[in-house]
Ligand binder design. Structure first.
Ligand code: UD1
Ligand code: CA
Length: 456
C-alpha cells in the first residue's frame, strides 16, 4: 500500500499567545510537529506532505533536513482547504492519511489499526469517546450505527451536541476519491470555512463505508491549543517514558517527578531519585544511583557510579565506580576514569581525570590532564585563561596538590610531586619533591590591632 501522509500545520495557534508558530512548541524538548513526523515516518512506503502557513519560513528552516514536501497554505480557510493545497501531489492509487501537526502523542499502533480498515470503498476515521466533547466535531450515526456525517460543534443542534463520540480529525481514504470530494467542498457553514469533515457525508452518498477505530487512550488524540494543554501532554508523555523505563527495571522514586528530553539507555538496577532531568543522548550502566535534582545531558555513566544530589553534568563521561557530588558540575569534554571522586562545589571542564583521582572540595579544573591517584586539595584552581587564550595544566600520577593552590597554565606538576597549600605555581614542578611558593610564616610580637579613632 502506497501512502500519502498529509500533516496539517498551517494554523496560527492564537491561544498559545506566542510569536512561535504552534507546531514549533516543544514536548520533551522536541517540536510538536517533529513528534508527528517521527510517528509518520514509521509507516512504510510513505510520502509525507506538510501543509504550513503561519511562520512557514521558520518551520521550514527548523526542519531543513527532513525528507518532506512542504506545501504552503497562504490563507487558512479551513482543514479541507488545507488538504486541497496538496492537490494533485496526492496520487490516485495511494491511500491519503491526514494527520495534525498539533496532535503529538498519536501512537503508531493506532495508525496501523486505522489503516488496516482500508479497502477500496472504505474511508477509515479515527474517533474517540469523550467525557467532555466540547469543541470537537461530532460523529453522527444512523440507527444501525453507521456513520452518516460529521457535524462541527458550531454548526451542531442541541441534540447533536449531546453526542459524545468526537472526531479526532485523523482519517485515511483512497487518493482519487479524496481529491474528488475536496473539489466539492463549500464554505457554507457557521465558520465560513472549507471543512475536511464534510467529505464524510460525500463518501456516504457515494456508497463508501465509514470504518471507525479508536485510540487506546484519549491523550493520544488530544491537540495542543494553549499552554495548559501543552503542559498536560508534556506530563502524559513524561509518564509514558517513566513507565517504559520502569518496565525495563529502573527504580524511579517518583515517576511524576522524572523528565527525559531525549534518550536514555539503562543497565540493570539503576535508581533515580526525584526531579532528575535527562536531555540529549544518555547511557547509564548497571547499579547506578542518581540523587535528587540532577540535570544530566549527553552523558555516559559507567557501572556502580553514585551521583549525589544536585549535580549538573553535560557532554561528559563518568567512569565506573566513581562518586560525584553533591553539587558538582561536569562541563563538556570532561572524562572521568574509573574510581574517581568529584565532590561538592567542584567544576570540571574539558579535562581528563585519571583512575582513582580525587577532587573533593571547591575546585575548578579546566583544560587539564590529571593522572592516576592524584589528590587535589580543597580550593585548588587551574588558572587556564589569560583573558585571551586557554592553556593546559598537566598533573602527573600520584601528585598531591595542597589546598588553595593556583596552577597557572601552561604548567606541569610532576609525578608524585607535592604542592604545599596556598601556593601559586607558575613553573613546572619536579617529580617526587615538595614545591611551595608561599612566603614563610612570620609572627610579629610588637603588632597591635588598630583601635577605632575618636571622631573630631
Ligand atoms: C478540527 C475538526 C473537528 C475535530 C477537531 C479535532 C474540521 C472542520 N474540524 O476542528 O471535527 O473534532 O479538529 O481536534 O476539520 N489547519 C490548517 N489550515 C487551516 C485550518 C486548520 O493547516 O486552514 C490545521 C491546524 O493548524 C490544526 C488542524 O488543521 O493543526 C486542525 O485545525 P483546527 O482549527 O484546530 O480545527 P478544529 O476547529 O479544532
Ligand atoms: Ca484544534
Amino acid at each position: 500500500m502506497n501512502l500519502t501522509t498529509i500533516i496539517l500545520a498551517a494554523g496560527k495557534g492564537t491561544r498559545m499567545r506566542s510569536q512561535l508558530p504552534k507546531v514549533l512548541h516543544h514536548i520533551a524538548e522536541k517540536p510538536l510537529l517533529k513528534h508527528v513526523h517521527d510517528t509518520a515516518i514509521q509507516l512504510e512506503n510513505n510520502t509525507i506532505h506538510i501543509v504550513i502557513g503561519h511562520g512557514a519560513e521558520l518551520v521550514k528552516k527548523t526542519f531543513a533536513n527532513l525528507q518532506v514536501n512542504w506545501v504552503e497554505q497562504t490563507q487558512q480557510l479551513g482543514t479541507g482547504h488545507a488538504v486541497q493545497q496538496v492537490g494533485n501531489q496526492i496520487s490516485d492509487e495511494s491511500i491519503a492519511l491526514v494527520l495534525y501537526g498539533d496532535v503529538p502523542l498519536l501512537k503508531i499502533k493506532t495508525l496501523q489499526l486505522l489503516l488496516s480498515k482500508i479497502n477500496e470503498k472504505t474511508l477509515a476515521l479515527l474517533t474517540v469517546n469523550l467525557q467532555n466533547p466540547t469543541g470537537y466535531g461530532r460523529i453522527v450515526r444512523d440507527n444501525f450505527g453507521n456513520v452518516l456525517r460529521i457535524v462541527e460543534e458550531k454548526d451542531a443542534t442541541e441534540t447533536e451536541k449531546q453526542i459524545t463520540e468526537g472526531n479526532t480529525g485523523i482519517l485515511a481514504v483512497q487518493g482519487k476519491a479524496l481529491k474528488k470530494w475536496l473539489s466539492q467542498l463549500s464554505n457554507n457553514n457557521a465558520q465560513g470555512e472549507y471543512y475536511l469533515t464534510d467529505i464524510i457525508a460525500l463518501a456516504v452518498a457515494e456508497g463508501f463505508e465509514i470504518a471507525t477505530s479508536s485510540p487506546q487512550n484519549e491523550d493520544e488524540v488530544l491537540g495542543v491549543n494553549d499552554k495548559l494543554q501543552l503542559a498536560h501532554l508534556e506530563r502524559v508523555y513524561q509518564l509514558q517514558q517513566a513507565q517504559n523505563l520502569m518496565s525495563k527495571g529502573v527504580t524511579l522514586r517518583d515517576p511524576n517527578r522524572f523528565d527525559l528530553r531525549g534518550s536514555l539507555d539503562v543497565g540493570q538496577d539503576v535508581e533515580i531519585d526525584v526531579n532528575v532531568i535527562f536531555e540529549g543522548k544518555n547511557q547509564i550502566g548497571n547499579n547506578v544511583k542518581i540523587g535528587a535534582n540532577c540535570s544530566i545531558k549527553n552523558a555516559t555513566i559507567g557501572d556502580d557510579v553514585i551521583i549525589l544530589a544536585n549535580c549538573v553534568i553535560e557532554n561528559a563521561e563518568v567512569g565506573a565506580n566513581s562518586r560525584i557530588g553533591p553539587f558538582a558540575r561536569l562541563r563538556p569534554e570532561t572524562v572521568l576514569a574509573t574510581d574517581t571522586h568529584i565532590g561538592n562545589f567542584v567544576e570540571i571542564k574539558k579535562s581528563v581525570i585519571g583512575q582513582g583521582s580525587k577532587v573533593n572540595h571547591l575546585s575548578y579544573i579546566g583544560d587539564s590532564l590529571v593522572g592516576k591517584k592524584v589528590n587535589i586539595g580543597a580550593g585548588t584552581i587551574t588558572c587556564n585563561y589569560d583573558g585571551v587564550n586557554k592553556f593546559q595544566t598537566i598533573i602527573e600520577d600520584g601528585a598531591f596538590i595542597g589546598s588553595d593552590t593556583q596552577l597557572v597554565a601552561p604548567v606541569t606538576v610532576g609525578k608524585n610531586a607535592t604542592i604545599g597549600a596556598g601556593s601559586t605555581i607558575t613553573k613546572d614542578t619536579p617529580d617526587d619533591q615538595l614545591t611551595l611558593s608561599r612566603s614563610k610564616q612570620l609572627s610579629v610580637p610588637t603588632w597591635q590591632r588598630p583601635v577605632k579613632k575618636e571622631k573630631l
